[in-house]
Design a protein around this ligand. Structure first.
Ligand SMILES: Nc1ncnc2c1ncn2[C@@H]1O[C@H](COP(=O)(O)OP(=O)(O)OP(=O)(O)O)[C@@H](O)[C@H]1O
Length: 266
């Protein structure tokens, strides 16, 4: 498939994390580049995959600017400034919707936090549009407890899209969802990734198959013999191997082989 890679949008440079004398992350280096595809407004979707307890959540927090690494730096956007808390949309593992507010109000919180200030009428119209596009119109007056886990997850993702942040970090976005809901969340994420050229989704997960199926790049977080802490042990560029942006990916023999290969590394 035709594509080119341009400016660096995010870079992790020599990231180390230590708690006391315990090394959690070691020398993490990767960069996300702006992908261009002819006739598609194509954003970026990358996955950081690793087994439970390896340090994914710590890396997630560093990428989000929520904790500082012991050494190294994460820089973002064209001017490559150090990331600060609040610059990335965050969809945590246990989605944090406000339980005493309706879905409408939860989505409005996203717009209230947007850099662009909008009138209440404009907010109403935008929320109605998004709800329609993402099949949530009938739920706008409900409270989070009245929705299924998958529906809440989708609201949480849309809330972050509405903030206008181009970077959205998702911690285990498929966990606790049944297969149909995973499918809906995947469709939503793919949609979000093509809403804007620079939209960049960073998925942190141990769900290899679903994460890889929507990614253009997969990094494996693992350990190396004799060395403490987790690092990127392998990078898979799925654009290069023609396994990105394919609707039929789950049945593609090369993709199935890739999943087997990744599983052996975890
Ligand atoms: N504040 C802390 N002080 C010391 N060690 C910590 C602290 N927070 C996390 N750790 C350790 O860091 C390691 C990585 O934890 P992390 O939560 O990032 O793993 P994870 O890959 O996200 O796991 P899971 O998939 O189970 O959520 C664990 O060994 C954990 O015990």
């Amino acid at each position: 498939m035709n594509y080119t890679k341009h400016n660096v949008l995010l870079k992790a440079d020599g990231v180390n994390l230590q708690y006391g004398d315990k090394q959690i992350l070691r020398d993490i280096n990767f960069s996300i580049q702006d992908i261009h595809r002819p006739e598609v407004s194509q954003g970026q979707v990358v996955s950081l995959i690793g087994r439970s307890g390896i340090g994914k959540t710590q890396l997630f927090k560093i990428l989000a600017g929520l904790i500082k690494p012991t050494s190294g730096i994460v820089t973002i956007e064209e001017d490559q400034h150090p990331v600060a808390a609040g610059e990335m949309g965050i969809v945590p593992q246990h989605y944090v919707l406000f339980n005493h507010r309706t879905i409408y109000h939860n989505l409005k919180i996203g717009l209230d936090n947007a850099a662009v200030k909008l009138s209440d009428d404009e907010k109403k119209r935008i929320i109605a549009d998004y709800a329609e596009t993402f099949e949530l119109t009938e739920h706008l007056k409900k409270y989070p407890a009245q929705l299924s886990g998958g529906q809440r997850q989708r609201v949480s993702i849309i809330q972050q899209v509405l903030t206008g942040n181009k970077f959205i970090l998702l911690d285990e976005p498929f966990s606790g969802l049944d297969i149909l809901m995973i499918d809906k969340v995947i469709k939503l994420l793919l949609r979000v990734s093509t809403l804007h050229e620079q939209n960049t989704l960073i998925i942190v997960s141990h769900d290899i198959e679903n994460a890889a199926a929507i990614s253009d790049t997969v990094w494996i977080l693992g350990t190396e013999e004799g060395k403490p802490g987790a690092t990127i042990v392998k990078e898979y560029d799925l654009c290069k191997t023609d396994l990105a942006w394919r609707p039929d990916i789950h049945t593609n023999p090369d993709f199935i082989k890739l999943i087997q290969e990744i599983k052996q590394q975890l």
